[in-house]
Each structure stands twice: as structure tokens, then as C-alpha cells.
Design a protein around this ligand. Sequence first.
Ligand code: 3HC
Length: 658
Amino acid sequence: MLAFSDTVRGRIVDGVLAIEIDHPPVNALSIDVRAGLSAALRRGRDTPDVDAMVITGAGKIFIGGADIREFGQPPAEPILPAIVAAIEASAKPVVAAINGAALGGGLEVALAAHRRIAMPSATFAAPEVKLGIVPGAGGTQRLPRLIGIPAAIDLIANGRTIGAEEALKLDILDRIETGDLLAAAIGEARALMGKPLRRTGECQAPALPHEAIDTAEKKALARARGQIAPREAVRLVRLAAERPLPEGLAEERATFLRLRDSEQAAALRHVFFAERAAAKVEGLESVTPRDARTIGIVGLGLMGSGIATAVLDAGLTVIAVEQNEDAASKGRVRIEGLLDRSLQSGRIDAAGRQERLSRLSTSGDMTALKDADLIIEAVFDDLDVKTNLFQRLDDVVRPEAILATNTSYLDPDRIATTTARPERVLGLHFFSPANVMRLVEVVRCARTAPDVLAAGVAFAKRLRKLPIVCGVTEGFIGNRIFSAYRREAEFLLEDGALPHQIDAAMEEYGFAMGPFAVFDLAGLEIAWARRKRQAATRDPKERYVDIPDRLCEAGRFGQKTGRGWYLYQDGKRVIDPEVTAMIEAARAAKGLAPRAISAGEITQRLLAAMATEGTALLSEGIAARPSDIDLVMINGYGFPAHKGGPMFVAERMKEQRT
Ligand code: 3HC
């Protein structure tokens, strides 16, 4: 065995130097790995006992990309582009034996090899744009030379992950090996000896077909809203067809280094590590989650049917219950409709749709839930309705079954305490549409048992969602912050801004929709009902904006009634002078003199409102860490990921001031 560094070793088999990267957990290309790879390549090049080389990874990952932890520091030698160049230039054949994920710099190492073979389970991606950067070791120049410009734009500017089959079809891969990968790679390396080597960088990327290139660009940039990296990625990939390799590589490297130090990259790195941190829940380190394979769902409205679809997508069994058989069959139709949409968009095929439905049973009889491990209620958000339901469930379900409420605003502790076993109750707050939205707030009630909480987290992960654990408060993390956001947006109205000005400022900042467009989409009546409930206990000294009440009284409940903060004509939102007049009248009634409010003030005040509420949630122990709050707002409320979330923004602003 040859040791090239602490993380890279090799052995010579049949004249082939098999180089193995062993740097858990993901074989990231840290400085030690780069030094080891460099030494290994030199050894292969300089000694006559080596005729060819193979590069592979230990464990289940080939190479998980550059070491993201090093991104805050200046690049250290040997740099990855030099290693990649050495692989490609090697006179002796180099084969990449891809044993798992080849991501970012990992894909770039593979692209430089003279042949690529992979296990069927291997995956491929250039996920750099998700970190606010572009590939920095030749990805934007070599991938298009191998697979053409449109496909390279699709992969690089979207950061899309593909499997081995698709990689083979695209010509990223030369072969899929179902047997012994290393042995096969050694055989391939030997077979290449003495033959002309295919060097990716020497291939020509055709600047055609123009239409496909433009379509790929348009598609990628439509999703990129405000993000710099996807735009730069497209520009660089296009260069591959226009410039010689060294020029393209130099431009790529300069762009990579510039973006690496950008604010967007810092924000997206924060999001990356925030997601990993959120997975570590205090108190659950050594807890085995209670089993949850058969999932009961009560209530098949919009939310319940969305949750059911997400559970079916995850390969689990669903027992869905409604008040009666008629409602149950309507619920089934709703789920079928959601699956049909997946079918139409190509996300699943007809067989997949059928297979999912084979795992669904619907019933109008609650006793059908006796075999469920985890029961999620998604019925009308009313305390009496929910407590009543949980008491009935107590009698039906197995003693160890878990009961979850999907309430948005009610106190799950009050629901739990009415049951015989409050320790098996938790909140699972999904976001609509539940089969699409990634966020799930997993609510730890006062008496929730650790293995029940762990089951909630594991279940959400199984659904490929992002679970964020939080404590009990009205609206949990997201809706509490959203309420503060709403409140500040309403203050802005009274102070002088109009809905469309506020929305434009937030959309310019990066939100897909401004607050008033969101209120209209969600409907104004639920918040109205809450305000009416709270009226009796509201502090009269508290600033209260009654404009939304006036809107609701006028029957303006948002998009579904064609009128809300805006007028909706042919699906388009239009400024409504009637609303402007209502706002002006409300200001006048309070004797408020409106002033011009800049877009800068609007964003600054709305961001500050969110961060202030977030700080309160932290001090109350509702959220475990600021980054959890950022993830909630990004994944549940459209906060632009490339800004890092309200807590990250507040922290950066504080740093800049000091
Ligand atoms: N660098 C540093 N640490 C990394 C890392 C990376 N590239 N990828 C993952 N990690 C760390 C995580 O932070 C986590 O650490 P922790 O245990 O201390 O929290 C640990 O590895 C395990 O990660 P996951 O929990 O994400 O493990 P999974 O098994 O769920 O997923 C993965 C593995 C698919 C590799 C996933 O981690 C991933 O997508 N990683 C990011 C890959 C990436 O973006 N690479 C591109 C980097 S940029 C680049 O290569 C630039 C180049 O062009 C020059």
C-alpha cells in the first residue's frame, strides 16, 4: 500500500496505480486530498512500474466536491485546476472509477479522466450555483465539450443531479459496471494503454443548435431570479464553444474566485451548513425514532391530500380517513388529481402512479386507522374539532401509535393534554401544497416523548423534506415571523407606501412575491377571523391597522374573489384605485400624513421586523438557532436563499456596522 497523504492511498495492480481517496464523510477535496492526489499523479507519471492509473473513492461517495469549509480562506496549493490539468495531460491513461456521487470538483476530476465508468448507484452534479459560485476546475469548459452546450447549461446553471443512466445517455459516462468496479476500471485502464487517449479538453463543443441553447438558458435563468451564479454559469458554458480551452479556463477561474468571495456565496454557504445543523436536534443524539411506516391521515382537503401524496411519493403506505365514504372518495379523487399532475409534468410515469395508488386506502370509518403507526390530522383548524378528534383517535389507534396535528395556529399542548397519552402527540406543520413544499415544522409539545419527536424528524426526512424542530407558540416559527412581517407591511401602508410599492420593493429584493400579493393568494379571511378573535384582548395602546378589516368587510378576500389588495383581471394583478382610496381614507381617519417611502426603507423595515421577531423566538426557546429561522423563512415563505435568511442578513448588517 502506498500512502500519498493522510487521505489518499494507492496500490499497483497489474501495472495500474489504483488511487483511492479516503476522506470521510464525503471525500471532499480538502488540501490534504489535493496534496495526496498530486503526489499520486506524480508517482504514476514518473515511475516505469506504472502504465496507467485509476482514481476512485472509498465508501459510498466518489468525491463530494471542493471542501466547502475552505471557501472562507485563500486558495492553497496545490489548487484543483492544476490537478485536473495533470490528469487530462497524463501520457499514461487515467480512468475514473466512480463509486458514488461525483459532485462539483468531483465531477471535474472525472471529466478530466480519459475514460469514466461508474456503479449504477453513482450520481453526478455540478451543484456550484447552489453555493453561489460556478465550477472552478474546468467544469464549465469540459462538460459542454463532452455533452454539448444545451445539456451543459441544464446541468450547470440549474445544479441538477442526475443518475448513472442519464449520465450514460448524455455521454458523461462511458460505461456502467454492475460487477467489481475497481477490477473493471483496472481492465479498462490496461486496455487504453498504447492507444490515443480521448482528452475532454481537446474535444470541440458545437455552438449549435442555437434554439436549444437559448431555450436551456431561458429555462435556467427563469428560476435564477436575482442570483448571479446561474447567469455567469450560462455565460461560461457558452464560451466553451467560442474560445480555446485555456482562455475559457482562465475566465472560469477568475469568475469562480470573484463569486466565491461574494455576498450571495456567503449566504448560500450559510444555508448549506444551516441545513446540516438543523438535522442535529438537541436531546435526540442517541434516540431511536419510533417506527412510522403506515401513515394515517385524517381529513383529505387541500392539505390532507397534499400530505397523502407526499407520503405516497416517499414509498410509504397511507390509510386516509374522512367523515364519511362520500368525502373519502372525493379525497381519493383529489389525491389522484395531484398524482395526475406529477404524471403530466413527467415526474412520475403511469406505472409509478398506479403503484402509488396501490398503497393508498381511503375510508369513511375511523377504525381503519387501527393499523397506522403515525396519524396526521389535517382537519379544520378549530380547537374543539381537533381535541374531539384526538380523543376519538385515542380509542381507535394502537397505544404506541403517534398522533400528529397539522395545526397552523392552535396550541398543540392543549390538544395533547386532552388525550390519554400526551407523550405520543406532536405537531407536524406542513406547508401548502404539501406535496411540493419542502418545509415541515416539527413541533415539540411539553410532553412529547423523545422517540416520538425523533420519529417526526425521521418521517419528514423520509418525505425528502426539511424538518425544523420548534417549540409551542402561536404560529410556531414561520407564522409568528410572518405575522410580524404582515404587521410591519401594514404600518408601511399607513405611513405612506402603497401595496404595489411594497411588493415591488420585496420582489426586487428577491422574494418571488411581495407580501400583499401573498396575502391575496392565501386569502384574507383567516387572518380577519383571527383579528376578530383577538379583538377583545388587544391592548388599545397597540398600533393596529384596520385597513385589512375594511377590505374584508367589502368582500375583498383576495385572488379567489377576484379582489383583495389588488384587482385580478384575466389572472393578472392590477392596482385598484378603490384600495388606494380605502388606504387614504384610513390614514385620514387617524390623522396620519403620508410621506414618500423609499424601496430601501421598505425592505429594511420589513427585514428588521422579521429579525426582531426571530430574536424573540430564540430568547423564548422556540427556535434552537438563528439558522433554523432562516431555513423556515427560505423554505416556507419565499425568502430568497441567496440572501441567507432574515437572521443572517441582520447579523451581516451588524458586522458591517461594527
Ligand atoms: N465540503 C465540506 N463538507 C462537506 C461537503 C463539502 N463539499 N459536503 C458535505 N460536507 C459535510 C457536511 O457539512 C456534513 O458535515 P457534518 O456531519 O459536520 O454536519 C457531512 O459532510 C455530511 O453531509 P450530509 O449530511 O449532507 O450527508 P449526505 O450523505 O446527506 O449527503 C452529499 C452527502 C450528497 C455529498 C451532500 O453533503 C452534498 O450535497 N454536499 C455538497 C456537495 C457540493 O456542493 N459540492 C460542490 C462543492 S463546490 C466545488 O466543488 C467547486 C469546484 O468546482 C472547484
